[in-house]
Design a protein around this ligand. Structure first.
Ligand code: BG6
Length: 497
């Protein structure tokens, strides 16, 4: 689609996200000729910077851009840098909005951006409403001439209640159709491909239900620890940081019914329905049996000493914040009744991987009885990252006498479609917002439905009687107690093991 002339106003522009994600994404879009002819970025934050200093920081001397600009002509880079401007907003984001409005208006006249503005809030969520209110007082939410959109970053709420307040706070000043809640997992090509895998193939969807699927397993593992984000993470934990947003987004795409068409409205309607059908766990016994949390302990990985979570900078030495969360749950609807979902997410695992495994039921009647396979079931493994692709595990005859069965792999790698250069998540999401396509953004009711499910678990973990937090050595697949979550002889599929 065509991208209209516009201005991107980034709040919190001197923060890490701008330099790390937004500017590199914009640079890729620029080089791919995807930016509109008239395009201006206005950085806003508390720091006192000139336009020139801002350009240096986020473009010309940015370590995040180093690799991307390598080999590019000086002129290409400076032409890009010249699109960046900066305005300081006083020390608490609540003053000087008329000064900001004047600056926006001047830049708009000079660079003819058509009064089309995106406000990207890369600030703590506590500032969202204040900023929205101030923008509205300056009529910067008014769409009489040119459109106005607001993009907000996670964390979107700390609980159901705070998420509702945030939504209500933003919706006082902006219409829901103007609000874009970013979840970078939705920008991942392979997450979007879940929809295509399901709804454009006649070989999967007929089996995609309780009659054929035994259970669904989702693993999101990171090798890294909390890095420099201990302060943030300790108040968040794996459930808020990853599960409530990224993982439940993946769940909704697996669970949802076929949408009527591929529009933002229809897709998001189905996702909300899916999230609302997750069975909410309310009583302590259910919560006890179906949730496991853990925290990584100091260890040695590849000869290198690794800190335990409680020793990390910014983390309370008595912290009960989880770096590992595993949840078993059911989906109460016609399609999924009684099919268990096992979802886990953690830091300091042996490897970085995100994958969905659909485990199919065994054939009703076993003809070949003497196979001694550990995993007899057919599996459809959707690798979200890395080695993006799809793997089908199926039974084959072992050559030779008799009918011994073994598992073989049918393995597809995205990289084999190398011609198409895959857009990074932020690149795709930014371009979508610039074009007004909200399909890959979370709607208010979606976010709230996800919190409805997560809230009781958090409450239980924080206030329930005798809730354990299990330690696991950094670099292993989580606490051994997480195996108790699995029914019968099931085992987690630990990729690479
Ligand atoms: C972020 C979380 O949203 O996602 C981080 O805050 C996490 O804690 C990151 O590391 C993982 O993203 P990705 O794209 O590397 O899987």
């Amino acid at each position: 689609g065509k991208t209209a002339n516009q201005m991107l106003v980034i709040f919190g522009a001197s923060g890490d996200l701008t330099a790390r994600k937004l500017v590199p994404s914009l640079y890729n879009l620029y080089k791919a000729n995807q930016l509109p002819e008239n395009f201006v970025v206005l950085g806003v934050s508390r720091s006192n910077l000139t336009d020139g200093e801002f350009r240096k920081k986020v473009v010309l001397e940015s370590s995040y851009l180093e690799n991307k600009v390598k080999g590019d002509a000086e002129e290409v880079i400076t032409t890009f840098a010249d699109k960046f401007f900066y305005e300081d907003l006083g020390d608490d984001y609540s003053k000087e909005y008329s000064k900001l409005a004047t600056r926006i208006s001047d830049l708009n006249s000079k660079y003819e951006t058509g009064e089309n503005y995106i406000f990207y809030l890369s600030t703590p969520p506590s500032l969202y409403e204040v900023i929205a209110k101030n923008l509205s007082e300056q009529h910067l939410n008014n769409e009489k001439n040119g459109w106005k959109r607001i993009i907000v970053e996670k964390p979107f709420g700390y609980s159901l209640k705070t998420a509702k307040n945030l939504n209500a706070g933003l919706q006082k000043y902006f219409k829901e159709t103007q609000i874009y809640r970013i979840d970078h997992y939705l920008g991942k090509e392979t997450v979007q491909n879940l929809l295509v895998t399901r709804f454009s193939n006649s070989i999967f969807e007929p089996l995609w239900n309780r009659n054929y699927i035994h259970h669904v397993e989702i693993t999101n593992a990171e090798r890294g620890g909390v890095e420099k984000r201990g302060g943030y993470y300790d108040k968040s934990g794996a459930l808020r940081d990853m599960f409530q947003n990224h993982l439940l987004q993946i769940v909704s795409l697996i669970v949802m019914e076929p949408p009527i068409d591929a529009s933002a409205l229809e897709i998001r309607n189905e996702k909300v329905k899916a999230l609302k059908s997750l069975r909410i766990m309310r009583d302590e016994e259910t919560l006890f049996k179906n949730t496991v949390r853990g925290q990584y302990l100091a260890s040695v990985i590849d000869g290198e000493k690794v800190k335990g979570y409680r020793e990390e900078e910014g983390v309370d030495p008595n912290s009960k914040t989880e770096t590992y969360a595993a949840i078993k749950f059911y989906v109460d609807n016609w399609r999924w009744k009684d099919v268990p979902f096992y979802v886990r997410t953690a830091k300091r695992m042996p490897t970085k991987v995100t994958e969905v495994v659909i485990h199919f039921k065994s054939p009703h009647h076993q003809v070949f009885k003497n196979s001694n396979l550990k995993n007899k079931d057919n599996q459809l493994i959707i690798r979200i990252q890395p080695d993006e692709g799809i793997l089908i595990k199926f039974g084959v005859k072992v050559p030779g006498q008799g009918f011994k069965v073994d598992r073989a792999n049918l393995d597809f790698y995205y990289s084999s479609l190398a011609k198409n250069n895959v857009m990074e998540a932020y690149e795709r999401l930014l371009l979508d917002a610039m074009q007004g396509d909200a399909t890959l953004y979370a709607r208010a009711d979606e976010v709230e439905a996800a919190w409805e499910f997560v809230d009781p678990i958090l409450n239980y973990w924080e206030n329930g009687p005798d809730v354990n937090i299990y330690g696991y050595s950094a670099g292993v697949w989580g606490p051994t107690n997480s195996d108790d979550l699995l029914e019968g002889n099931l085992r987690w599929r630990n990729p690479g093991e």
